[in-house]
Write a protein that binds this ligand. Structure first.
Ligand code: 2NL
Length: 344
């Protein structure tokens, strides 16, 4: 019986050595170690052995079985390892391969200008407010002291949907709405950027859709000198610390008194050149002290409160800052124009 077991060991190990894949290995396992295999059969026949032989043969049988099992397990591990290696090799990526270059977009110049203006005023304690582009007559005109017969309300000049509803012609209605929300209690300190619309024929300096930024500060004892200080700070931060402002009297229905604000020419520094049309000054915005009627209509007591307001065109600011000669560049999306504004 011992010889039979040794034969089985040699035979089985030869078959393990010859097995070329896991399936062949599994066949060897079943054939030699399975319930119907020769070793099980030997162990089952042990009852016929003498009491002296039984433990000796039993030990040999166990040894042979363990040796075969160990060889099968070892070889199976080799197959498993090879499988993992093959998979890793197949899935490997070459991390040294250079990536494909991506086209990076740039910020639209109007977006960049709006953000710069916002930053300048946020630094002075203003917050940013937005409102609807489709506006009702009341906020766009009435609340700003533009009564029903005012020439600015001419149907020819605005995009009306109905008698009551139109595309806003300025961002002032956002400020009127903001004041109303404060319910007569100051301070109100906001800037309002956004698109506005006017029925106009487009040319180098006019667009039927353009952008505005308006500002409003209402509180007790707000004075014209506060307006001057805020605008001087803004101009120095947006155009450069070497620039100055100058106020000239003007007229707007929603402010009294009203002013036009000029900035000193950055090209010639006052000497006169093509940019400032030989005057040394460039008009950049309109402003004034909020008309008492306007304060009153939005819920503020004009005896207790005063305020200043201002408005400027974003395209005009951008054209001045970057020496752009045609407003239509902002809306025709020529990549050669847009790609110049990298923010650098
Ligand atoms: C300009 C002039 C201006 C305002 C806008 C305003 C708003 C309220 C009350 C009073 Cl709620 N005023 N806005 C005031 C003065 C001038 O804009 O030339 N814009 C391009």
């Amino acid at each position: 019986m011992r010889e039979r077991l040794e034969e089985l060991r040699v035979e089985a190990l030869a078959k393990v050595a010859a097995a070329s894949d896991k399936k062949a290995l599994q066949e060897v396992r079943v054939a030699y170690l399975g319930k119907k295999g020769p070793i099980t059969e030997v162990l089952r026949g042990m009852g016929k052995l003498s009491a002296e032989e039984r433990p000796v043969i039993g030990q040999v049988a166990n040894e042979v079985r363990d040796a075969i099992k160990q060889e099968i397990d070892k070889k199976e591990q080799l197959f498993d390892d090879a499988e993992v290696e093959a998979k890793l090799a197949a899935e490997s990526i070459d991390v040294t391969l250079p990536g494909r270059p991506v086209q990076r977009g740039t910020k639209h110049p109007l977006t960049a200008v709006v953000e710069e203006v916002e930053d300048a005023f946020i630094g002075l304690g203003f917050t940013v407010a937005e409102g609807p582009e489709v506006e009702v007559d009341y906020y766009n005109f009435e609340a700003l002291n533009l009564p029903k017969d005012h020439p600015a309300r001419d149907m020819q000049d605005s995009f009306y949907f109905t008698e009551e509803l139109l595309l806003r012609t300025h961002t002032s209605p956002v400020q009127a709405r903001t004041m109303e929300k404060h319910k007569g209690k100051g301070p109100v300190k906001v800037i309002c950027p956004g698109k506005v619309f006017r029925r106009d024929d487009d040319d180098a300096t006019h667009s039927h859709q353009f952008m505005q930024i308006e500002g409003l500060f209402v509180d007790e004892k707000v004075r014209m000198s506060d307006l001057k200080g805020v605008l001087d700070s803004f101009v120095k931060s947006f155009f450069g610390t070497d620039r100055e402002i100058r106020l000239r009297p003007s007229y707007f229905p929603f402010t009294e008194p009203s002013v036009e604000v000029d900035v000193s020419c950055g090209m010639c520094h006052g000497k006169g050149c093509r940019v400032c049309k030989q005057t040394g000054w460039i008009e950049v915005l309109g402003a004034g002290m909020v008309h008492p009627r306007v304060l009153e209509m939005s819920g503020f007591d004009p005896k207790k409160y005063s305020g200043f307001a201002f408005g400027m065109g974003v395209e005009r600011l951008a054209m001045l800052k970057y020496d752009i000669d045609d407003i239509r560049h902002f809306y025709t999306n020529d990549m050669r124009f847009l790609a110049q504004f990298t923010g650098a």
